[in-house]
Design a protein around this ligand. Structure first.
Ligand code: MD3
Ligand code: FE
Length: 203
């Protein structure tokens, strides 16, 4: 089912379910080349979410700031290529959300273990806000916080389950958002964690 969340934001319940095995195989292949790591924020805090990337550009953070970079700072090598199953799913979801021709150049892989959270923030490091962000949830469920254009705007709580995909475009693209602490659990495909894939046109 397709559910509008806000102008420009569409929740596609279970959209990635048919590709779950290919997507998780892609995650494993990418992580074998570019392992998950806990980045440091510009303020000096270790992020509780563990991250890696694939595609031409990857999102990184360190004491000097946030940016997209073509190479993995841990290895000095380019990020692994985006698996075909990733590109195809992101383009199909964007199309379903009203964005034809979405060709992401960056995929951030976020891993949440029990207790991991992502505090309220905006995604403002990309070159162009006309393309949407496509996010794919795999494994343990989470409650997503979807706010407004100001940090103080009241946030709606959106439960996201395995296979759910959200297309965040238009007016919602710069809204504040975050993830509440993930509850303990066990998922047959991912074990004790939630994996989120976030596709962007960053360059
Ligand atoms: C709403 N990740 O990596 S994806 C992030 O579940 C991030 O890992 C979360 O926020 C996660 O930056 C949420 C959903 C998402 C991504 C970008 C958005 C929602 C958004 C941009 C604007 C509004
Ligand atoms: Fe974000």
């Amino acid at each position: 089912a397709t559910q509008p969340l806000a102008p420009g934001a569409v929740l596609l319940r279970g959209f990635a379910r048919a590709q779950e095995v290919q997507l998780l195989a892609g995650v494993e292949a990418v992580l074998a080349q570019a392992p998950l790591r806990h980045l440091i924020t510009p303020g000096g805090f270790r992020m509780s979410v563990a991250m890696s990337n694939c595609g031409r550009l990857g999102w990184v953070s360190d004491l000097s700031g946030y940016r997209y970079d073509a190479s993995d700072p841990d290895s000095g090598r380019p990020w692994p290529a985006m698996p075909a199953a990733f590109r195809e799913l992101a383009a199909a979801a964007a199309r379903a959300g009203g964005f034809e021709g979405f060709a992401p150049d960056a995929c951030l892989i976020n891993r949440y273990e029990a207790g991991t959270r992502l505090s309220l923030h905006q995604d403002r490091d990309e070159g162009n806000y006309d393309w949407p962000i496509v996010s794919v949830s795999l494994g343990l469920p989470a409650v997503f916080l979807f706010g407004g254009p100001k940090r103080s705007d009241k946030a709606q709580r959106v439960p996201l389950a395995h296979g759910d995909v959200v297309v965040w475009g238009g007016a919602s693209r710069l809204h504040y958002h975050g993830v509440l602490p993930v509850k303990e659990g066990e998922h047959p495909l991912t074990g004790a964690c939630r994996i989120n894939l976030t596709f962007r046109r960053a360059g």
